[in-house]
Design a protein around this ligand. Structure first.
Ligand code: PLP
Length: 352
């Protein structure tokens, strides 16, 4: 072994869901939105000029920050944007979790949290979700270096209410509490009203799911001015120009089209409820979802085999070979036609 090997940072990276390159497939494995982004986004794309490429983008991301601040009725100093909420969350971990005490997040949640904790050498503990995959708020009452809660949680799809989040804040006034609201637009209750009362609350959201823009990479967070300032200090110490100017432009346009946004969300919620009802008829068990995916299991069906069967049919869903959720699948809500095909194939598998 070369001596320099010992200086290489060892990390076990996050494994994203696969992006198969097939022309015909039903892709229900990474919680992408099946519908196109707002028409105004397309118009903005068509007006982009190649000549602008020579210039650096606006490091402060002013137009997008201001558009988001206006939309959520916040001060512009309360908003931070990044290259997807993964970038925003990574920056938040690096900025806020510097205690020797462990940060806390559930054993079953977004699998990136422990990767960042390992990367930044942040000690962490993962209190277990209860038997029905709910977060036990009492587990977050003990001394800690910070708290991260995905709400709705992934991959469980369960959303806790405002009182639940406030209870966690009440018990954690000396640390930063991050609430990851990647799926909040699909029917959950946002913690935003709590921002006025708790200056240690940071809420992250994304354009990737509800706004159909996973490929553009836009995420953001909202918090007190002090928190946003601290994150900007870290951002400007790594890379000032995180957001490219086209992402800034299309991001602003996406926020303007509220009617389109609401209509698409409604469609996805409807399809979600129909799909959930059909799956329950087949004997699948699943919690009520507040997200754009379902977390399903079945007492007498081997879900790993179902996953493989669907894969052969070019229907991609998500499966983890992990403790407690080995016989679960996470199924993204696609179009009505896509879900119909998914249900047909699932039925065929069960009845075979
Ligand atoms: C998808 C997801 C994210 C990150 O999405 P970006 O595309 O980076 O914005 C963050 N948290 C959770 C829980 C997610 O599911």
């Amino acid at each position: 072994m070369n001596a320099w090997e010992q200086n290489i940072r060892q990390v076990e990276p996050y494994v994203p869901g696969e992006q198969p390159q097939l022309s015909e497939m039903i892709k229900l494995n990474t919680n992408e939105n099946p519908y196109p982004p707002a028409p105004k986004v397309k118009e903005a794309m068509e007006q982009m000029k190649i000549g602008d490429m020579r210039l650096y983008p606006d490091a402060k991301c002013t137009t997008l920050v201001e558009a988001l601040a206006e939309y959520y009725e916040l001060d512009k100093d309360q908003v931070f944007v990044g290259v997807g909420s993964d970038d925003v969350l990574a920056t938040a971990f690096l900025t806020f979790f510097n205690s020797k005490k462990p940060i806390l997040f559930p054993d079953i949640t977004y699998a990136f949290y422990d990767v960042w904790a390992e990367l930044y050498r942040i000690p962490y503990e993962r209190p277990k979700l209860d038997a029905s995959f709910r977060i036990r708020k009492e587990d977050y009452y003990k001394e800690n270096g910070g708290v991260v809660i995905a709400n709705p949680n992934a991959p469980t799809s369960i959303c806790e209410g405002l009182e639940f989040i406030e209870d966690i804040l009440v018990h954690n006034q000396d640390v930063i509490v991050i609430v990851d609201e990647a799926y909040i637009d699909f029917g959950g209750t946002s913690a935003r009203p709590l921002l006025e009362k708790y200056d240690n609350l940071l809420i992250t959201q994304t354009f990737s799911k509800s706004r159909s823009m996973a490929g553009v990479r836009i995420g953001y967070c909202m918090g007190s001015k002090r928190l946003i300032q601290a994150m900007n200090d870290v951002k400007y110490s790594i890379n000032s120009y995180t957001m490219n100017q086209w992402a800034l432009q299309v991001g602003v346009e996406a926020i303007k089209d509220e009617a389109y946004f609401k209509q698409r969300i409604q469609q996805i919620i409807e399809t979600r409820e129909e799909t959930a009802a059909e799956l329950r008829k087949m004997g699948f068990e699943l919690p009520d979802s507040s997200a754009n995916f379902l977390f399903v299991t079945h007492k007498s069906v081997d879900c790993t085999k179902l996953f493989e069967y669907l894969r052969e049919k070019h229907i991609f869903v998500r499966h983890w070979n992990k403790e407690r959720i080995k016989n679960h699948l996470r199924v993204t809500i696609g179009t009505k036609e896509e879900m119909k095909r998914f249900l047909e194939e699932t039925k065929k598998f069960i009845e075979a």
